[in-house]
Design a protein around this ligand. Structure first.
Ligand SMILES: Nc1ncnc2c1ncn2[C@@H]1O[C@H](COP(=O)(O)OP(=O)(O)O)[C@@H](O)[C@H]1O
Ligand SMILES: [Mg+2]
Length: 250
């Protein structure tokens, strides 16, 4: 097992207030690492630290290190890092343009796919990867904001795939979706781990138990426990973990 990401002694602060404390954790290549925990436990801060999304927040600071394939992320150009570590949010936010243009926008801007035929092939390939091709192949020119919420979220995943990431960070990707759309995204994430390394933050404990290979439990800025998902849910080591997964608080 190879570590794709290593987090060493990471503490994060907003206005000097510590919101994530002395975190040591790794993300194994091609696994889905689930991250669960009540609101304000630092889950989003954790994700945003992994691709330096917080760099422009002047109130934010951090101590400790994050390595991507053994390179300190501070030594990786930010634009390159964000391409290698893609991120998805709770609310899908497609650009106000066609389905086709949504997918080709970033690859064109970054200049790594330019020919029409290559763009067409790429659009088909990523839409197939997110099981959206059959639903939208006849209306690629239609505005993306006309799609259903679940379709928009799958389109946003397709957009991330179009820039060829190595890691995908999901921040509560199903929180606005109905159970059927949620099931489709979960199935999709399980398929994606063959090629990508995934960190899934979810407010849905059952979702973590369904899709994650390992699960980490965060509480008030601390990693309480991380283990193989089957183990963490059947025999957690810590009382706090047990209370949370059995719904006794949070
Ligand atoms: N941009 C910010 N500025 C100041 N405080 C923040 C900011 N973002 C998050 N926080 C605080 O940091 C803590 C952790 O938040 P967050 O990482 O969003 O947790 P979670 O995703 O688990 O709900 C919370 O107390 C939250 O209020
Ligand atoms: Mg959050």
């Amino acid at each position: 097992m190879v570590d794709k990401i290593k987090i060493e002694n990471l503490s994060c602060y907003y206005n000097k207030k510590c919101v994530l404390e002395f975190l040591n954790l790794n993300v194994v290549k091609n696994e889905i690492l689930g991250v669960i925990g009540p609101a304000n436990s630092g889950k989003t801060t954790f994700l945003r630290t992994l691709n330096r999304m917080n760099d422009f927040d002047a109130t934010y600071s951090k101590k400790g290190s994050v390595y991507l394939d053994d390179d300190d992320i501070l030594d990786i150009d930010v634009e390159t890092l964000r391409r290698r570590v893609g991120m998805l949010f709770a609310m899908p936010i497609p650009l106000p343009m066609s389905i086709y243009d949504n997918i080709t926008y970033a690859p064109k801007r970054l200049g790594f796919v330019t020919k029409k035929i290559d763009l067409d092939n790429m659009v088909e390939s990523v839409l197939r990867n997110v099981s959206l091709w059959d639903e939208v192949k006849d209306r690629l020119c239609v505005s993306a904001v006309k799609m259903s919420g679940g379709q928009q979220q799958r389109l946003c995943i397709a957009r991330v795939l179009a820039i060829n990431p190595e890691v995908i960070l999901f921040d509560e990707p199903c929180s606005g979706l109905d159970p059927i759309s949620t099931a489709k995204i979960e199935e999709l994430m399980i398929g994606l781990k063959e090629k990508y390394t995934i960190v899934l933050v979810t407010n849905n404990v059952k979702q973590a138990s369904r899709v994650s290979d390992r699960t980490a439990f965060f509480l008030m800025g601390k990693l309480i426990e991380v283990d193989k998902t089957g183990k963490l849910f059947v025999s957690p080591k810590k009382k706090e973990t047990e209370d949370y997964i059995t719904g006794r608080f949070g």
